[in-house]
Design a protein around this ligand. Sequence first.
Ligand SMILES: Nc1ncnc2c1ncn2[C@@H]1O[C@H](COP(=O)(O)OP(=O)(O)O)[C@@H](O)[C@H]1O
Ligand code: SF4
Ligand SMILES: [Mg+2]
Length: 372
Amino acid sequence: MSTNDHVATAGTTPTAPTGKTLSLQDVTTYLRVGRELKPVILRVDLHIEPGEIVGLVGESGSGKSMTARTIGGVLPKGAVAEGKLLLDGKDLFEMSRRARREVQAKEIGFVFQDPRAYIDPLWRVGDHMTEAMRVHLGFSRSEARTRAIELLDAVGIDQPERRMHQFPDELSGGMLQRVMIAGALSVNPSVLLADEATTAVDVTTQAEIVKLLGRLSVERGLSVLFITHDLALADIVCSRVCVMYAGRIVEVREGRQIFDDPIHPYTIDLLAARPTIAHRVARLPVIKGVPTSAMDAPAGCPFHPRCRFALDECREGVPAMVPVRGGMARCFRAHEDLAAMSAAMSAQESTQESTTESNFSPTSGGRDAAHG
Ligand SMILES: Nc1ncnc2c1ncn2[C@@H]1O[C@H](COP(=O)(O)OP(=O)(O)O)[C@@H](O)[C@H]1O
Ligand code: SF4
Ligand SMILES: [Mg+2]
């Protein structure tokens, strides 16, 4: 039997959640590219209390998955991570490789975007569910089976005994994602990393999975990192949202602040670029330029080539994280009301565009014709 005092004995309900706080302090991760080490996340600070869901949001390539993989200890070969990775105050980076791996295997669960890419199609649900309990907790086959059925039931899978015998291709995407969540919980971890866990499912299933994660985090005292490219979804699901750009966290806000009062120009643009019902027909603003990764980021503020508020100093130094209006933001102009300025600029641009379009529309025959 495991020495992990979090783990319930098979056949019983898990003990009341005690939970563990996850804290990243000044964490930088490098990947080996040829002979060089190149950063993929830079000086990341992140804090998740038991029972809390914290969002990590950003465009593709910003470093969200690398953050999760750093926490879970599943980085590509040759990668190096530094800083502090604290679980309940104990720094995993200070442990021996073997001890760290054991803690990560038992304490940190993963749920990914596409369960079919991670579940062996030749394994039955029962094999997938019982594997980690047998390997990491030393459970017998029947102990693991009993607990697997309990867990499938806990994540809302009907007829769990029957499901144990099914293969992945007999289950819907939503149901398979629930199996992934149940599998991640099988060792009773204190941290759950949900990396785009609701991206590949339909809207109804997305709502159900999100509700399930919320319930599990509270019931089990789980510290959940909810990774998504969808800022509005994170805003609904999470008690705190961290926005990531080029491997750095650029804004951290509590509750609905990020939606009602974004500070960083990148957050402002992400919100403006999201389709809403009121906003779906008109030409949707897109963030100009292309996102960059930490390893390809330009000098200065990495967002400066895409930022409409950039000043000369933004091309020279990297802004520090500063407290602003109840949150934190990494921008030299964080204390200005950039959201209001951005809205005014967009309104002006769209007025200019519509004037240009009406002056040159095929029916008007252009400005001269319109004016006779
Ligand atoms: N296996 C890999 N080898 C080399 N570089 C990688 C690898 N995976 C990711 N990267 C680099 O790390 C950056 C961050 O990737 P990732 O964390 O997967 O971004 P996100 O999850 O935000 O889309 C990418 O832009 C890419 O440059
Ligand atoms: S520091 Fe400058 S370039 Fe970077 S987001 Fe702020 S205004 Fe834009
Ligand atoms: Mg990713």
